[in-house]
Design a protein around this ligand. Sequence first.
Ligand SMILES: [Zn+2]
Length: 448
Amino acid sequence: MKFVNKLALGGVFSATLITLGVTWVNGSAHSNDSDAFSKGDIESEISVVESPVYVGTIKNVADTEAFSAPIERTLTVRKGDTLGNMLARAGVAPGEAYRAIKALSQKFKPRDLRIGQKLDLVLGQANSGDSVGRHTLARLSVDPDIRNTVVVDKNPSGALVVRTHKRTILVDATRRGAVIQSSLYLSGQRAQTPAQILARLTHIFSFDVDFQRDVQRGDSFAVLYERLSGEDGEHLGYGDILIAEMTLSGKNIRLFKYQTKDGDTDFFTQKGESVRKALTLTPIDGARISSGYGRRRHPVLGYTKMHRGVDFAAPRGTPVYAGGRGVVEVAGRKGSYGRYIRIRHNSTYKTAYAHLKGFARGIRKGRRVRQGQVIGYVGTTGRSTGPHLHYEIHKNGRQINPRRLNLPSGRKLRGAELAKFQTVRARLERKYAAAPIRAQLASRPAGN
Ligand SMILES: [Zn+2]
């Protein structure tokens, strides 16, 4: 869009809007850095805008093409797409597509295209040979990441030139927080905290906090996160959470992002202790616990029965993470559990996930998984009243109440590493203090 607009000399052109259904199936794992810009597993509609542009202003379209209006198109990568089939679908003549892909490959490998990614094209009409009726390609551009744009241009002699534009990204730290009224999500959204940041916040605290029982009205959260924008102020997304804080029943936990010298990024307390544990209590982001562990009236069977797991209500398709590192022991249908995954973590612990809609790609028996890796998606298979995740923790072959789970605490930083952490932490604290929280949210309970 942006390139062509600069070339247009005025005149009003009609734009055709084509809406395509696109499904993102992004199995990206939940590491602290790499998922910063991932789209998650959501279904969305993407618009493709097609707008003819004034002809005489496009200098770099070969003369033979200058008599028909170049067309600008934005294509979105869908599941199963290759650059070749996308260009073919856009009507690009095969020879043109081949040359453009070859040129692009010098700076961007076409197999690195991700679902949801955009391709910008400027097309002309082919007037000769067996390509008549098809398009020539005046420009092809793609953003490998938010910092770079790779552009293939056809110069006046018809040769293709490829180059990379670097975009300047401005990073600023934004602080948000709120007293929790009904749920972390509602209060967070009222305080203009992006849903993505709230989801990551719950994930950071998922090792220690049971978001149903531990979070009460009057508790609060606060978060310092990076916001990314372009030079002209355009919003480009969010970077990392730098500080994550919760005050629960007057007890404050403030966690700091820190990358250790071996390259692991994790969240640490003021004392330099990691909160990460071998198993998480909440293997899903932003879900509400709809039924805890213990005796209850069974929603389907109607009589009182022991509920040997924890239910998280969440929309169908919400990603489910491996609660810990381990090996997939079962991934298949299992009676009233519906689609079911069980992971063996060690000789003592296993975790199980039931009523799934489906499994993440590659998840099958014998497969090794990392903690936080997406293993499946919330569904309502088996005996289930609605979309939810049923999560069990097994100790020595029996389901246990996750609240009784007493895992050793995570890694502690020591010596020089601890000293370095304290320097980083002091810097983050200063940033935090300098990023004032919105005024109407300042009434946080004492204890901070
Ligand atoms: Zn259940």
